[in-house]
Each structure stands twice: as structure tokens, then as C-alpha cells.
Design a protein around this ligand. Structure first.
Ligand SMILES: Cc1cc2nc3c(=O)[nH]c(=O)nc-3n(C[C@H](O)[C@H](O)[C@H](O)COP(=O)(O)OP(=O)(O)OC[C@H]3O[C@@H](n4cnc5c(N)ncnc54)[C@H](O)[C@@H]3O)c2cc1C
Length: 295
């Protein structure tokens, strides 16, 4: 199908884009890489009267270190993250996760800001951001900015706290120290599909192998990605014994609340979340021990 008729606007800077948003508000949609918006418009699930194409705002395309963060401009494409040595070095979890986003063609056009603003609970970047306790920088038309954490930003399935006149400007991923181990694991029905469930984990270990600073998030099993705080607390100071891993699986399954759909039952997704959490932890610990840092 083809989309409903719309007016096309192409601002060349952030302020111009925000001014358009202020003027057209709920009648307008930002067009970034178009990898989610255009399909929904083609299926007539969305019919904005105005499309504000931000793809020429080159100021929003960057990956840089900023204090304790890897700061990624909203217009940065998935493929740029995938190919970045800086990302591999500063946030290997992000490098690993990005390869699970759709297919090459989608990663060539899709953007970080688009993925975050779309708010799909199965999307990889929101899951990574939730695990790392990253930040989302929102731009307002008056030039002010707001910085939100994932649980403030992701409200429910495909719904964020972003107001119609606001834009995602930057996404800030905490830098992962070199000695930490991290892992991103996912199960999807076919390569390139959204995950049925996915887990992002990052942790440290001491010389005896006890866990420290554990951060884990699971996506695809709740209306938003969620941090597994109960599991994180349980793991501090423990070694990954078989008994501990059994407990981790049980606690994970208690923490999630999946629904059945045509891709899998709630029970299957719940078990999968437990299994993937165990898998991610094992890989992350191995990497913290000095094993291969990134796949
Ligand atoms: C076949 C297929 C498979 C896919 N598989 C995956 C997958 O496995 N994992 C995954 O995460 N995604 C997947 N996607 C979705 C897609 O990759 C992402 O949603 C996409 O990258 C979003 O970025 P975009 O730039 O294309 O956003 P767009 O499609 O341009 O926009 C998406 C939404 O975000 C809004 N928006 C965009 N940028 C901003 C901004 N800066 N500020 C405010 N609002 C903004 C738009 O108005 C729109 O509502 C898939 C898509 C397809 C077609």
C-alpha cells in the first residue's frame, strides 16, 4: 500500500525542525531513517499530515566521548555504530547488540534516535540503554534540554514520554570499563527479526570471581525493557555456581510479565528470559575473566 497524502518539510537545523514541530504538533511526525515510520504509513496505521525529514541535520550525526558517557547523536545510523572502533572500545555491549537490529539494509538507514523514539519493547537499543542506565537528551523549541533515564522515557508498548513538540537529540551510553565483562544475547525466529526475548548484561568480578556492579536488562517480555534489579541485587558478592544460576533463572522469570502472541506463548517467553539471562551472565563473566571481549 501507499501512504496517505502528506506535506513534506526538510529542515536543515535542529531549531528549524523544532519550530515546525511546534507549529504542526500532533499533525506532524519526524522522519529520520524511515525504517519504522514508512512501513506504518504504508500500512495506513499512521497518517501524519506533515512529515518533518530531519535526515539533513548533520549536527545530529556523531559518536563521541563525553565524560563517563559515549554520546551518540540522534541521527547516527546503526551502521555507523556497528563500524565504530570507538564504540567497540568504549561500549562493546552496544557494538554487539547493534548487529541484531534488522538486516544490513535497515541498519544502513535506521537511526539511534529513531529506534529510541519508536519505543519498541523488543528493540535492542532500548534494552542496552536500560541495562546501562543510560540517558536520553530531549530538545525543546525554547532551546532548553531535558535528560531522562529509560524508566522515565519508555512508558509502555511503543509509547514514550516524548511530547509532540519535542525531539530526541542525543542518546548517552555509560562507558564500560575495560576490565568489565558484557554480553548481549537474543532469540529471534529468523535472523533480522525482532527478538522474542533479549538480555543485555554488564558486570565486574573480583580476583576470586565474585560478582560486582551487575547490571542486567531484558527486552521483549514486558511493555518496556526492564532492569532486573532483584537479580542484580541477588548476584552481588556471589560466584556463578549452578545453584546461583538456577536462582537467577527463577528470579528472572518472576520479574517478567510477558503476553502470548502469534510468535510465542507467555510461558515460553518467560522461560526464555530466564535462559537468556543465565546465558548472558556466563558470557559476561568469561569476558570479565579476560576471555574474548566482544564477538
Ligand atoms: C524488516 C524490519 C526489521 C526490523 N528489525 C528490527 C530489529 O530487529 N530491531 C530493532 O530495534 N528495530 C528493527 N526494525 C525497526 C527499525 O530498525 C528501527 O525502528 C529504526 O531503526 C528506527 O529508526 P529510523 O531512523 O528508521 O526511525 P523512523 O522510522 O524514521 O522513525 C520512527 C519513529 O521515531 C520518531 N522519530 C525518529 N527520530 C526521532 C527523533 N530524533 N526525535 C523524535 N522522534 C523521532 C518518528 O517520528 C517515528 O515515530 C526493523 C524494521 C524493519 C522494516
Amino acid at each position: 500500500m501507499k501512504p496517505a497524502v502528506f506535506s513534506y518539510l526538510r529542515p536543515t537545523n535542529l531549531q528549524e525542525a523544532l519550530t515546525f514541530l511546534e507549529e504542526y504538533g500532533e499533525d506532524a511526525k519526524i522522519l529520520s531513517g524511515g525504517q519504522s515510520l514508512i512501513p506504518t504509513m504504508n500500512m495506513r496505521l499512521s497518517a501524519p499530515a506533515y512529515l518533518i525529514d530531519i535526515s539533513r541535520i548533520s549536527d545530529l550525526n556523531y559518536i563521541k566521548l563525553d565524560g563517563d558517557f559515549l554520546a551518540v547523536g540522534a541521527l547516527t545510523k546503526h551502521k555507523d555504530i556497528e563500524n565504530s572502533d570507538l564504540v567497540k572500545d568504549a561500549c562493546p555491549l552496544l557494538s554487539e547488540a547493534i548487529r541484531w537490529v534488522g538486516h544490513t539494509q535497515i541498519r544502513n538507514r535506521g537511526t539511534v534516535g529513531g529506534s529510541i523514539a519508536h519505543g519498541d519493547p523488543s528493540a535492542e537499543l532500548p534494552c542496552v540503554l536500560t541495562a546501562l542506565r543510560g540517558e536520553i537528551v530531549i530538545a525543546n523549541v525554547d532551546g532548553s534540554e531535558e535528560v531522562l533515564v529509560p524508566e522515565e522515557f519508555f512508558l509502555t508498548y511503543m509509547l514514550t514520554s516524548l511530547q509532540p513538540e519535542q525531539m530526541v537529540k542525543e542518546v548517552r551510553f555509560p562507558i564500560i570499563p575495560q576490565e568489565s565483562g558484557s554480553a548481549f544475547v537474543e532469540v529471534a525466529r529468523r535472523h533480522g527479526d525482532f527478538g522474542l526475548a533479549e538480555v543485555a548484561a554488564v558486570l565486574d568480578i573480583d580476583n576470586e570471581g565474585h560478582l560486582l556492579n551487575v547490571k542486567i536488562a531484558v527486552g521483549g517480555v514486558n511493555p518496556t525493557p526492564i532492569a532486573l534489579e532483584q537479580v542484580e541485587e541477588y548476584l552481588i558478592g556471589k560466584k556463578l555456581t549452578d545453584e546461583v544460576l538456577r536462582q537467577v533463572s527463577d528470579l528472572t522469570q518472576e520479574s517478567v510479565d510477558p503476553e502470548s502472541d502469534l510468535h510465542g506463548t507467555a510461558e515460553y517467553r518467560r522461560e526464555l528470559a530466564g535462559t537468556l539471562t543465565v546465558r548472558a551472565l556466563k558470557i559476561a563473566v568469561e569476558r570479565a575473566r579476560g576471555g574474548e571481549k566482544n564477538v
